[in-house]
Design a protein around this ligand. Sequence first.
Ligand code: ATP
Ligand code: MG
Length: 557
Amino acid sequence: MSSEREPVPHFIRNIIEDDLKSGKHQSIVTRFPPEPNGYLHVGHAKSICLNFGLALDFKGRCNLRFDDTNPEKESEEYALSIQEDVRWLGFQWDGGVHWASDYFDALYGYAVELIRAGKAYVCDLTPDEMRAYRGTLTEPGRNSPYRERSVEENLDLFSRMKDGEFSDGSKVLRAKIDMASPNINMRDPAIYRIRRAHHIRTGDQWVIYPMYDYTHCISDALEGITHSLCTLEFEDHRPLYDWVLDNITIPCHPRQYEFSRLELQYTITSKRKLNQLVTEKRVSGWDDPRMPTIAGMRRRGYTPAGIREFARRIGVSKSDNVIDMSVLEGCVREDMETSVPRVMAVVKPLKVVLSNFVAGETLSREAGFHPNHPEFGSREVPISREIWIEADDFSETPPPGWQRLVPGGEVRLRYSYVIKCDEVVKDVAGNVVELRCSLDTETLGKNPQGRKVKGVIHWVSAEHALPAEIRLYDRLFTVARPDGDKTRDFHEFINPESLSVVQGWVESCVQDSAPETRYQFERLGYFCTDRHEHMPGRKWVFNRAVSLKDTWTKETP
Ligand code: ATP
Ligand code: MG
């Protein structure tokens, strides 16, 4: 598979083109390096599409590598979900899955090499002392009193750290760089720490773990990565990335390039905060359809092609920007417009009795699943004496320009006859509970004689339709930037009305649809059968992926 549309040029693409043209590289190798400490979100989708997309476009390779250096927070469940998400988005990594933990022995060896060269030392400062010695953005740091330990002492201490002689946090191995560097990351950063934690892959084999910055560049180099792409917050870490590789014996020196993170309005893209929503049960799980996780978007009914197109459209740059949700929804909607069948469903049902229709009798008419795609096939749309229409398609006091049903008025039933509302039935409280209508038998597939009927509404036959649980989603937060204000907690902005569940009716042709089948419900939006709770032939559960029109750019009244 390759990107479906022309790639949008961006600075990283230009760099790669130049590197291939100049012969610096014969082919490219990229990688997507998630930490398995949560489910992936839409920001990661951007990074996946970038890394895997470039490899596809330039006929290179892209690795999937887990950055598993933080054992307390990582789990097998997360690692599996990440692999599933990458594949679902339509990508396949080169060869097997890589793990930073595959390199623990090598990383240890390079640390010993640094110590031997006098470029790393074991430091006993407490975390508080370490902070005090580090200095600030305006003040240089001070050398640790342990900085001048001899190579022999450092080798001995580091090996004893590895053997578990020291308690957690009592010592670290630090790179010996420059405590006066204007870049705080270069002020003798820790590269190994002592942590007795069970690791998902190496178990209890190690009590020391390499730090991210040290691990990442070496892992890239060991895998022969040519272009190491990451988000802008790592820009200040690049000198350290290069320092490590320049000071060990390793044949490859990948180049790191940074791009801006994706942020999306009305949602959050931080694994930590998303994890909070899950553990606090604000949502049903990581794949709750309101979540901006890949699993959530999948369950909601977003398509992989729609998400890939979104990543293409937003582009890659170094400037910070918050993308409007309508861009994502627009891409998803556009994809489904031409790729999914259309059927009728009613989400807010109002019963209509067709008084001149014989009870028990059924008429039907064939209707195609898509106006522009006859190859999608067709089904029979049955009609019987009782039908459901959308309650919102009837009004006793219609606004100007109303073309739907009114008392005494006429409307066409999509794919079927023109009906006329003869009588409005109300309950004691005055609510409309039923309409009595008559059907004009001369109007199937043709206009009524001598009058114009403009309105067309969707409907389903009560006798034939399937009862369905329909889940309608709204934005998860009430403000565009729920984590944009540092003084207020994002919980304050959770939208209490982000989910409404209604009991509706759907055409019976969806009877056996598998989980994760998408439809357009005419005039309502795009829906997808639920991955977990929808049971073909028995229980019908639909999630609304997106409405038919953009409801995000204009404020909902
Ligand atoms: P979070 O801040 O949500 O925990 P992270 O950066 O810690 O995300 P990782 O698992 O380390 O998560 O990310 C894997 C890759 O995805 C990294 O290369 C990272 O730069 C990229 N990435 C993460 N978030 C975004 C984002 N919002 N936009 C673009 N790329 C992202
Ligand atoms: Mg990270």
